[in-house]
Design a protein around this ligand. Structure first.
Ligand SMILES: NC(=O)c1ccc[n+]([C@@H]2O[C@H](COP(=O)([O-])OP(=O)(O)OC[C@H]3O[C@@H](n4cnc5c(N)ncnc54)[C@H](O)[C@@H]3O)[C@@H](O)[C@H]2O)c1
Length: 453
């Protein structure tokens, strides 16, 4: 998409030059798992970066040169500080920014409907400080239409300077630029460098796309432009729905395979040798994380507005949500084989993070499994090297402390829910009475004590 000269404004050219010369001041709103690494990437590339967050604890930790994300060492924060990185709760500093990137949460509410309150609150907080020539990018995962139907109206109505978003029709000096660009990070994935994950951008007009492409082109090796914010929003959802549906498929096939006495992991490994047309997905104890269990429902909700039922999403959701109940049933069965009841049994759950080697427990199936086990009368402890304690979240209130990985023989069952690579599975099997493995973490270890489920 090239910009016709008639609609290319001075503001546009100024910002583009600033970005190219790395003089553009970048403001990142929401310094969580997505926003903080992004802010550090810009800082590494010598952009002046300011991080904004409403959580004063996060801001003061960063100000003191500390980190609250396991895989980001404090030295990275301190190095960014030497390049001018700072964090603040003060939105008035948005005036100073040339580009504002929004990375706030997009959870579901208690009825499984989108909770856009973080986006609307952020838009309301930005609007009074908006000035002509700024680029605003939304990165939070959301349904197609959010940028134009939710974010944009607030920015246009509530800014103090009567600014409007650039829509490619005039070179008005009272304009700002709006783009959607989804975050594609895969926490814990060491195989692809963040720079090598292509960045999709969909601007409200060609100028907004061009500016966002220049901004992201400074830190990513490839930028992929799509025609609108809605196309970019839908791209992210397609990616996550694809994962969610395929995980549900292997979860269902696992249940059948267990009944048929077939090892589903062996089957997946064999199928994955096909050089085309097959991508492996792995079964597990249920879906976790901020994305895969949540994002597909953003589209189901939006589809209702169009009298449309997203049946694949609903079916996949039903299968995946059921997996923790399947684990509960298997633990009970495995104990029963040993003439023991679940009620009163001592169960050690290994791993509360939602996946291997990360310090994130949002939507983790472990939390549901612990609650289900407790409801049945089991005495549950957990171990997770990434979580010394588990307190209260949006959907759980466990108030538990990490138990050391000692005296494993005292437990009636050791249940592997998250397959952290730090665990010595040979030792765990050797010392335990019974191991129920939901992740195939004990592959290669042969013992009658192991029950794979
Ligand atoms: N975590 C991932 O791996 C991942 C991957 C791809 C996409 N996403 C998407 O990125 C978005 C952010 O996810 P995350 O994992 O970084 O969330 P997070 O909860 O780790 O971080 C969000 C941050 O935003 C802050 N915040 C909330 N409201 C704010 C406001 N009004 N002003 C300033 N700060 C505010 C919170 O305090 C928090 O620090 C979500 O839409 C998510 O779906 C996440």
């Amino acid at each position: 998409m090239t910009i016709p000269p008639s609609v290319s404004s001075t503001l546009f050219s100024e910002l583009k030059t600033k970005i190219e010369e790395r003089r553009a001041r970048v403001g990142v709103i929401g310094l969580g798992y997505v926003g903080l690494p992004l802010a550090l990437l810009y800082s590494e590339q010598k952009f002046p970066v300011t991080g904004f967050d409403i959580d004063p604890h996060k801001v003061s930790t960063l100000q003191a040169g500390g980190s609250y994300i396991f895989r980001i060492p404090p030295t990275e924060i301190q190095s960014a500080q030497t390049h001018g990185f700072s964090a603040t709760t003060d939105y008035s500093r948005l005036d100073e920014m040339d580009a504002i990137i929004i990375c706030v949460p997009t959870p579901l509410d208690e009825y499984h409907d989108p909770d856009l309150s973080y986006i609307t609150n952020t838009a309301k907080a930005i609007a009074p400080h908006l000035r002509a020539g700024q680029l605003v990018v939304l990165e939070s995962t959301t349904y197609p239409g959010t940028t134009e139907e939710v974010l944009l109206p607030i920015l246009e109505k509530e800014n103090k300077r009567m600014l409007t978003a650039s829509r490619g029709v005039s070179a008005d000096q009272q304009q700002f630029y709006v783009t959607f660009s989804p975050e594609r990070e895969d926490p814990g994935n060491q195989t692809v460098a963040r720079r090598d994950i292509p960045k999709v951008v969909g601007g409200l007009d060609a100028q907004a796309s061009e500016l966002a492409a220049a901004l992201y082109g400074s830190i990513f090796n490839r930028v992929v432009r799509v025609s609108s914010p809605a196309a970019a929003e839908m791209t992210k959802l397609l990616e996550n729905i694809y994962r969610c549906v395929n995980i549900a498929l292997v979860n269902e096939l696992k249940l059948l395979s267990l009944r048929m006495g077939i090892d589903i992991w062996e089957v997946i490994e064999a199928a994955a040798t096909k050089p085309f047309g097959f991508q492996p997905f792995y079964p597990g104890p249920g879906l976790g994380g901020h994305c895969i269990p949540v994002d597909p429902f953003y589209l189901s909700w939006k589809a209702r507005e169009w009298d449309f039922r997203t049946r694949f999403i609903e079916l996949a959701g039903e299968i995946n949500i059921n997996m923790p109940y399947h684990v509960l049933e298997f633990v009970a069965k495995a104990l029963n084989q040993q003439k023991k009841a679940l009620n009163g049994a001592k169960v050690l759950v290994l791993g509360v993070a939602y996946k291997r080697d990360i310090d994130d427990l949002r939507e983790s199936p472990s939390l549901t499994i612990i609650e289900l086990l407790q409801k049945e009368g089991a005495h549950v402890c957990y171990n997770d090297p990434y979580f010394p304690t588990v307190g209260k979240g949006r959907k759980y209130d466990l108030q538990m402390k990490c138990t050391p990985l000692e005296n494993l023989g005292q437990y009636d069952c050791v249940l592997i829910v998250t397959d952290h690579s730090d665990y010595d599975y040979e030792r765990i099997v050797r010392e335990s009475q019974l191991v129920v493995d939901t992740r195939d973490a004990t592959r290669g270890i042969s013992s009658p004590k192991i029950v794979r489920c």
